[in-house]
Design a binder for this molecule. Sequence first.
Ligand code: AMP
Length: 426
Amino acid sequence: VTYKAPKGTHDILPDESAAWQRLERTVRSVMDRFGYDEIRTPLFEETTLFTRSVGETSDIVKKEMYTFTDKKGRSLTLRPEGTAPVVRAFVEHHLGRGRDLTKLYYVGPMFRYERPQAGRFRQFHQFGAEAIGSADPAVDVDVILLFTRILEEAGIAGLSVALNSVGDAACRPRHVAAIREALAPRRDALCPDCQERLERNPLRILDCKVPSCRELAEAIPSAIDFLCDACRAHEAAVEAGLAAVGVPFRIDKSLVRGIDYYTRTAFEIHHGALGAQNALGGGGRYDGLAAELGGPPTPGIGFAAGMERILSVLDKPATPRLPMVAILSHDAEGEAVARRLLYKIRTVTRAEHFGGEGNITKKFRKANDTGARLAVILFKDEIEDARKGVLTVKDLSGGVQEQEKQRKRSEEEFMTDLRDLVKREG
Ligand code: AMP
């Protein structure tokens, strides 16, 4: 048998890791400056956490969850998204106690049983942030700016912020009634799922992925046209806040997020290269979520960004590496000294040992192939010196060099040289 990574998953190979690490560093650095602390929740949760929050009629819950039963018969689900787990943890650990606003972020894998296609995976990665405790539209603005700042610092130009309001419990009923009214005559043109949604939760029709439903959805009334006064004022304040900072945005009346818990602000960030269907990420307000999960009523807002999507529009950086030191030996005595030096030099930088009784020129060539800058020579004549703490060091950076270029350095001086070299190269 031969094995492959499961359908819809992908290995992140060594030549891609530098890009992932760079993006993660950017995320952590900006989150820190915006005052967000990291939270790490389990990769699986009780299934009902998601059915209650994301919603029974959402695509995620209906089709995309990795749900399994454990040995005690409990139903568990690999997390398809990060907000419900974070809010669950917020409620469980009373993280809001003594604070007006709790600002949390996460980075990690999510799992959705999707039909694999370009930019869609079954295991993918998100980073996201949640600001829990305030209904102030200034927080919405701050969360959107946090997201744009991360993307900018990650190196993405040409961002576009799409903004909408999906209303709240006060104005939603009028919107839902208007959707029902608009779609009732076209019921037969909807997919079977959407026919059910028309009864149970017409809002979810707006994010159906079936093309014919998409077409119908374009014609149905938008939430933003049905806002109550409070939601309208909130929406206007978010617009004004973004305008004040000078971050460009556009109102997208058709923007809905495929999750039930959203209220008021909904937003997505797109990038030209990916097309309108493929957002880098999105988010919104979820003022009813904490209460839905059994906590005290606590407003909140957050976003999630797809890391594979973001990386797909960025150039691959070279892997930043520490300078390499090669240690060359030729016999058992040299080998013993080499082992000790290897362990010591690796406190400071990278080091590899090229030993055994093979051809010396070949050893130098192998050392050069690893990009070694310096070599410590431990052939016959050099071992005695090395035992006394005097190393024979050859500079390899100019390629193959003559024997005269060897220098004697005390072991301590050599270690200091290495530390300086590492520091100089940042
Ligand atoms: P969502 O939570 O569905 O709004 O997703 C937020 C972001 O995560 C999206 O804009 C995508 O960038 C990314 N994303 C969502 N689902 C997937 C998936 N199946 N594969 C890859 N990226 C995804």
